[in-house]
Design a protein around this ligand. Structure first.
Ligand SMILES: [Zn+2]
Length: 136
């Protein structure tokens, strides 16, 4: 795996690549086998991390604290609801959000989103979902 310098946006410390089970607990070892996270060197004092790509070893996005991790999860959920309900196909949801917020394909990754961006995406998805669901 390639080594990459990654820094914590909250405290400026360097982040280290660690097995996911070191953070999620040993009981998750089987599920998280070969999953890695970039974890702030000040963890657990600074509770911030992000998943690493399996193939490249690069971080999926920016390190996130608890609130941001939660927001990103909600954004995922809002997007999932759109394609699960059949309103848009998965690629369409991403194309639409890219167009709506003027994002490049590279920027259109929830792991790269700030709390503000997550809020915008959730609001946009909910708005379309509520409008189109009641239209049928
Ligand atoms: Zn930190």
């Amino acid at each position: 795996m390639k080594k990459n310098k990654v820094y914590c946006p909250y405290c400026g410390a360097e982040a280290r690549l660690r097995p996911a089970s070191a953070i999620y607990g040993d009981s998750t070892k089987a599920v998280n086998e070969d999953k890695y996270l970039y974890v702030c060197n000040r963890y657990p004092k600074c509770d911030s991390y992000v998943a690493a790509h399996k193939k490249t070893g690069l971080p999926m996005g920016s390190l996130a604290n608890k609130e941001l991790r939660h927001k990103r999860m909600l954004a995922h959920r809002a997007i999932d609801r759109l394609w699960q309900s059949g309103i848009m196909s998965t690629p369409r949801v991403y194309q639409w959000l890219q167009a709506k917020f003027g994002l490049s394909e590279k920027q259109m990754h929830i792991a790269k989103f700030s709390e503000y961006m997550c809020d915008q995406v959730i609001a946009a998805c909910d708005e379309v979902y509520n409008r189109l669901r009641t239209a049928n």
